[in-house]
Each structure stands twice: as structure tokens, then as C-alpha cells.
Design a protein around this ligand. Structure first.
Ligand SMILES: Cc1ncc(COP(=O)(O)O)c(C=O)c1O
Length: 484
């Protein structure tokens, strides 16, 4: 036998097995200890330096590599598994999901297409999403890196419809200027999608907000009319379920009827908020989502599946395939065998080689069940309501936005301080909380005000964690005054 055959596999399988067991043990211990220790810590320069070494020509034993990981990588991660990580919108992950990642790595599946069991897993996950959101059987979907790419994909299909299919060859040549609409608080990935698709970010109109932070349908209609009068071609409305500033949920039913009236595509950005479909007391606020033309949502946020895993769903599966399908000769399929298979995910998006993202979603939901995930969503929303109520009661704190779902924005705001001083105090509160590893909320800017944004999408967070945060903000604020 050729001695070089499989020479990248371990030479000593027993030693490799022992290392694997050790890694699994350490992983479990780390998960058990997620609540202890600082949320985040600064990376010392000498540690950062170890990641600047050049490409090694010779390999070294895995236990040696693990030493570097233990010492230099694991202590300095972002902290989003910790119960007091409240920054941006970051899922907390689960041990089940981590195990799935490990297993998926050992399968090394390429989910571009072809006929193999992993494809069935992805199809099953997509069918769960379809059922959850009430999309019809002819709808299509595929897993993507996240909502940003899912939105690019969905809006490509919307553009395909608006140009009657000519976009694939001719681009936007000869088209009237296509314009679309989203709330002023929509995620920046929507504007990025417009620019990536050659429409230009200016073609996305930022529509004014109602008092609850959602898109104002009356303002939307005026914008559409203004564009029509100006000879533009409105083609899409991007609704948000869970705005990144305050968790606002757009009125999907009203947006749907406006889209009907003007012949527009309704895309829903449900990056994290779509998970509220699993929370019985919140799900009714998503009514109308089942009528959307497309939906982008994430599993890696409020479903706690490890990064990265998002999903796009398109109501008209044929249109979706027409926007991306068409395979080169070497990808011709056969009636049977591995080159067969009816649906190849590569026909539904820009990626050809694709990892087995569906597996960690499938595994997590098999292991936890949708009810437990929904309960975590409900608990986070109740925590947000309690935090908002506490902030409203504290005279030194001021709320900066409505708290519609799971996000509370506030700031330390005693009387008699200039705006610039208040911003500086709040900036220093945030940096102090971070540096001490006490908690990681993220900064938020509203107009010229800087404040503290707490996003609750962590199933490990408790009421005590939030008490600790509020007490720490108050104590730091008092200590930092006057700014000096
Ligand atoms: C409302 C909203 N839309 C889109 C995105 C982008 O999602 P992703 O980071 O999965 O690409 C986010 C991310 O936080 C978001 O909150």
C-alpha cells in the first residue's frame, strides 16, 4: 500500500482519540463555567503577537497546538456565551450546537447539491422554517451565512421580478431607476444589499417611524407616491421584525396591503425578531409574515445555533430558481446516483460550495425542541420589560427608545450636565463595564446622544444579572461625575 495514502490523517489513532476526549471534556467544563469569570478581557500584546506568526511549513503535535488555544485564544473571546453579554445582537450558543459543529466537521459535507443525506437535512430544516412562518409548499429556501446574505439573495429575486428576468444578462441597463423602502431604523445590511445589487444605497428610502419605532405606513405611502410621480420604479418594501435599535415590529398586514396596491415585493428582515414566532404571547404581533414574498432570518441569534446560520425563504420557488439557477456543463445532473437529486441549494443563491450549516440547526432543534427555544425568547422579552420599568423608575437613568421586544436603550443622565458631558460619562461607563468584564452592553447613538444598549437574547441571563448591570451603571455614573 502507498505509505503516503491519507498521510494527513493521524498516524497514531489512539493518541488522536485521547486528545479528542480531552477536548470534549474541556468543552463541557467551559460550558458549565460560562457564568463565572469576566465577560470579556483585554488581549495582552504578547498574546496577540502569537497570532501574527507566519504560515508553519512543518506541523506540530495537536496537544501543542491546544496549549496555544487554551492560553491565547479561549480566554479572550468576545464573551457572548456569558449571561451578562448584552451587546449588539449575539446568540449565546448551546452545548448541543457545539457538538453538532464537531460532528458536521467529521462529515465534511458540501451542500452545494447532489444526492446525499445532508441535503435531506437542509430540506427538512427549510420545511420547518416554511411551516413556522406559514409559507406555502411551493416556496423555496436555503441556509445562508446570516440575514445580511439572505437579504441580498431575497432582494436579488425581487430585482429579478422587477426587471422581468433581464437583470441576469443585462444588469440594470435600460431600466427605470428601481427604488425600495425600509424604515429609517432598518438594519444597515439592507442598504448594503441595495448597493451590492447595483441599485445604489440612495435607492433605499428611509421611511419615518411611528411612535413605537416601526415603519409608519402613511409615510411609506407618501414616499411611494412621490417616487412614482418622479418617474422612479418602486419595487420592494423591506419590513423589519425586530429593529436593531429597539426591537420594533413593522405592521406586516398594513405593509402587505400597501404592497398589493402598488405591486411591490414585501421582504421581511426578521434577523432575530422572527424567532418570536416561537413565543405564543408575541407571535400574534408577527401576523402577516405568512404573506411576505421573502423572509430573511437567523438561527445564530435567538435560536442559539452556533455561528453562522441564517435562512432565506422565497414565496415563489420558481422565480427564486430562475434568479440563480442555470448550471454549467460539469454540474449536469443524472437521473440517479450521487449526481442526481431534484433540488440543489446552489440553484437558490450565489454560493456553490456550502457547508453543512443545516446540521447544527437540525441538531439543536432536535435536541432542545422549539418550545424551549420559544420559552427563552419569552423570558428575554419579560426581562426587557422589567429592565425598562426599572430604568423608568431610576431618576438618574433615562430611556432613549421604546422597548418593544428584547432591547432596552438608556443612559445615565443626571440633571445639569451638558450633552457632550453626558455622552462622555456614558462612553466611560460602557468602557469601564467592558474593561472590568462586568457586563458587555453595546453603545447606541440616537441623534447626538450616546447611550447604553442592552439586547436580551441570551438564554443564560437572569434577573440578578440585570440588577447587577443597573447597579454598576449607577455606581459608575456617580463615580465618574464630574467628568473632569
Ligand atoms: C434587524 C437585523 N437585520 C439584519 C442583521 C444582519 O444579520 P447577520 O449579522 O446575520 O448578517 C441584523 C444583525 O444583527 C439585524 O439585527
Amino acid at each position: 500500500m502507498d505509505p503516503r495514502r491519507g498521510h494527513l490523517d493521524p498516524k497514531d489513532w489512539k493518541a488522536f482519540r485521547d486528545v479528542c476526549h480531552q477536548v470534549v471534556d474541556e468543552m463541557v467544563e467551559r460550558f458549565q463555567a460560562t457564568s463565572s469569570g469576566p465577560v470579556w478581557r483585554e488581549i495582552p500584546e504578547e498574546v496577540a503577537q502569537t497570532f501574527r506568526d507566519g504560515l508553519p511549513e512543518e506541523g506540530r503535535p495537536i496537544p501543542e497546538v491546544l496549549v496555544q488555544i487554551r492560553e491565547n485564544l479561549l480566554p479572550y473571546t468576545l464573551g457572548n456565551t456569558h449571561p451578562r453579554f448584552f451587546g449588539w445582537v449575539n446568540g449565546a450558543g448551546t452545548p448541543a450546537g457545539a457538538l453538532a459543529e464537531f460532528l458536521a466537521g467529521s462529515i465534511n459535507a458540501n451542500l452545494g447539491g447532489r444526492h446525499h443525506s445532508p441535503i435531506l437535512v437542509e430540506e427538512q430544516v427549510v420545511s420547518w422554517v416554511r411551516d413556522l412562518f406559514g409559507f406555502p409548499s411551493g416556496s423555496s429556501g436555503t441556509l445562508m451565512s446570516g440575514t445580511s446574505m439572505a437579504t441580498v439573495t431575497a432582494l436579488s429575486v425581487a430585482r429579478h421580478r422587477a426587471t422581468r428576468g433581464s437583470d441576469r444578462q443585462a444588469g440594470l441597463r435600460g431600466q427605470p431607476p428601481l427604488v425600495g423602502y425600509a424604515s429609517r431604523d432598518s438594519h444597515h445590511s439592507v442598504a448594503d444589499a441595495f448597493s451590492l445589487l447595483g441599485l445604489g444605497a440612495d435607492a433605499l428610502r428611509g421611511v419615518g417611524l411611528a411612535a413605537d419605532g416601526s415603519m409608519d405606513p402613511l409615510a411609506l405611502e407618501s414616499e411611494i407616491r412621490r417616487d412614482l410621480e418622479a418617474g422612479h420604479r418602486p419595487f420592494v418594501v423591506v419590513a423589519t421584525v425586530g429593529s436593531v435599535t429597539c426591537g420594533a415590529i413593522d405592521d406586516l398586514r398594513r405593509l402587505r396591503s400597501l404592497c398589493h396596491r402598488y405591486g411591490l415585493w414585501l421582504h421581511v428582515d426578521g434577523a432575530f425578531g422572527a424567532a418570536a414566532i416561537l413565543a405564543p404571547e408575541i407571535a400574534p404581533r408577527l401576523a402577516g409574515i405568512e404573506t411576505a414574498d421573502s423572509l430573511a432570518m437567523d438561527f445564530h441569534k435567538w435560536f442559539h445555533v452556533p455561528y453562522d446560520a441564517g435562512c432565506v425563504l422565497v414565496r415563489d420557488g420558481n422565480l427564486h430558481r430562475s434568479a440563480f439557477g442555470g448550471r454549467p456543463d460539469y454540474l449536469t445532473s443524472l437521473p440517479s446516483g450521487p449526481a442526481s437529486g431534484e433540488h440543489w441549494p446552489m440553484d437558490l443563491g450565489p454560493e456553490m460550495s456550502r457547508g453543512f450549516r443545516a446540521f447544527k440547526v437540525w441538531f439543536t432543534l432536535q435536541a432542545l425542541g422549539s418550545r424551549a427555544v420559544g420559552e427563552a425568547v419569552s423570558r428575554n422579552c419579560a426581562q426587557a420589560r422589567a429592565l425598562a420599568a426599572r430604568v423608568d423608575l431610576e431618576p438618574e437613568l433615562q430611556r432613549m427608545a421604546p422597548a418593544e421586544l428584547n432591547i432596552v436603550c438608556f443612559r445615565y443622565s443626571p440633571e445639569d450636565l451638558e450633552e457632550s458631558e453626558l455622552n462622555e460619562v456614558n462612553r466611560r461607563i460602557l468602557m469601564d463595564l467592558h474593561a472590568r468584564g462586568l457586563a458587555v452592553p453595546s453603545p447606541i447613538r440616537r441623534g447626538d446622544q450616546l447611550g447604553i444598549r442592552v439586547c436580551l437574547c441570551n438564554h443564560r441571563t437572569s434577573a440578578e444579572d440585570l440588577d447587577l448591570l443597573v447597579e454598576a451603571v449607577l455606581a459608575l455614573g456617580r463615580r465618574l461625575l464630574p467628568v473632569g
